[in-house]
Design a binder for this molecule. Structure first.
Ligand SMILES: NC(=O)c1ccc[n+]([C@@H]2O[C@H](COP(=O)([O-])OP(=O)(O)OC[C@H]3O[C@@H](n4cnc5c(N)ncnc54)[C@H](O)[C@@H]3O)[C@@H](O)[C@H]2O)c1
Ligand SMILES: O=C(O)[C@H](O)[C@H](O)COP(=O)(O)O
Length: 336
């Protein structure tokens, strides 16, 4: 069996080489139709678009993406072509929670937002959003939740986006990228959304860049409809809008989910799916490296920012925005 593996998936080598006859490691962008033609399986990340162009005429039967998001997989085409695919739900939700926690503390320390008096709006309350809800409640914030698919399933406790727009001091996006349909999220935050905002909130996006319309958020920043933004995901990565990078409070190169713990979860989960599909025994143990010995501060907030301060990632990106993809692929995976 031949498997193509994205060469930036950590902790996978020993396990996959024990499971497959031939393993080819490549950068995500170099996984081409030529390469996948005689492969049985792909283990990818978000950097490989898996669609008809890549897969037509190939032997591929299984695609596992070692990520939460799967908007890079054309699931309708996979269904049509009889290709089974899987993602890793929740694998790096803890890392995104860490990113949000540090970001909220920085808003309090540097932008004079009193978290205990503030209202946080969460758009999309799935694996990540639910953790952010619990985090915000621990921080003493008032929380409003928006999740139309869950509300339509009869679940209680959700409000519409307009209510979030009217009442929130901070609004954070955690939806999948849906380009069309009843629950479209493509450009969910557009001109009309920003026009509804009443409290000049801060906007946070760690979901997918296309959930926020770049021109609309730039306009909202310029006209003071929002007080600022924290942006980890961008339209058109890696060629991001430099004016937006310049204007945001914090801008990072799509690394909110980049913890060693989250990456190990992803690798383990993708291998488990692979084994389930091919009927192989799961003999591997994928764990992140041991925690480094660091003397952490006894104050909880200081310790949180000591463990992860997104300003540092922002500084590097602002200095060299042209290295967006390199900053990601060479990222020093942090610990949760
Ligand atoms: N920046 C990063 O490094 C990073 C890391 C992890 C996940 N992500 C992204 O974060 C997003 C959330 O991940 P998750 O694991 O929580 O996904 P999830 O599927 O568990 O949850 C998404 C939630 O959004 C809801 N939703 C769908 N359409 C909606 C709409 N139109 N309006 C409001 N809510 C809607 C769903 O009902 C669901 O509850 C995804 O886009 C994922 O790709 C980014
Ligand atoms: O969807 C996800 O899990 C995240 O966006 C993740 O951080 C993307 O990871 P990558 O494709 O860069 O490995």
């Amino acid at each position: 069996m031949k498997v193509i593996v994205d060469n930036k998936i950590p902790y996978i080598k020993e396990a996959i080489e024990a499971l497959a006859d031939e393993v080819v490691y490549l950068p995500g962008k170099e996984i081409t139709p030529e390469v996948v033609k005689d492969a049985d399986a792909l283990i990818t990340r978000t950097r490989t678009r898996c669609d008809r162009t890549l897969l037509a005429g190939s032997k591929v039967k299984f695609i596992g993406t070692a990520t939460i998001g799967f908007d890079h997989i054309d699931t309708a085409y996979c269904h049509e072509a009889g290709i089974t695919w899987s993602n890793c739900p929740g694998c790096n939700a803890g890392a995104v929670e860490q990113y949000l926690h540090s970001s909220l503390l920085l808003l309090e320390q540097e932008k004079s937002i009193k978290l205990k008096d503030a209202c946080l709006g969460i758009v999309g309350v799935g694996h990540v959003g639910s953790r952010i809800q619990q985090l915000a409640e621990r921080l003493g914030m008032r929380v409003l939740l928006n999740d139309p698919p869950r509300a339509d399933h009869g679940e209680k406790g959700f409000v519409d986006l307009r209510t979030l727009a009217c009442e929130c001091d901070i609004i954070t996006f955690h939806t999948p990228l849906e380009r069309s349909g009843k629950y479209q999220t493509y450009h969910l935050a557009n001109e009309s959304f920003f026009n509804q905002l009443e409290k000049k909130p801060y906007i946070i996006n760690t979901s997918r860049g296309e959930v926020i319309e770049t021109e609309a958020i730039l306009n909202a920043l310029a006209t003071g409809k929002i007080s600022g933004a924290i942006i980890d995901v961008w339209e058109n990565e890696p060629n991001i809008n430099l004016e937006l990078l310049d204007k945001v409070f914090i801008g990072t190169p799509h690394i909110a989910g980049y913890s060693a713990d989250g990456k190990a979860n992803a690798t383990r989960m993708v291998l488990e799916s692979f084994c389930r599909f091919f009927g192989k025994e799961m003999k591997f143990s994928i764990v992140p490296p041991e925690q480094p010995h660091v003397l952490y501060d006894s104050n909880e907030n200081v310790r949180q920012l000591q463990m992860y301060n997104p300003h540092l990632d922002c500084e590097v990106l602002r200095t060299h925005p042209e290295t967006f993809e390199q900053l990601r692929s060479e990222y020093h995976l942090r610990r949760e």
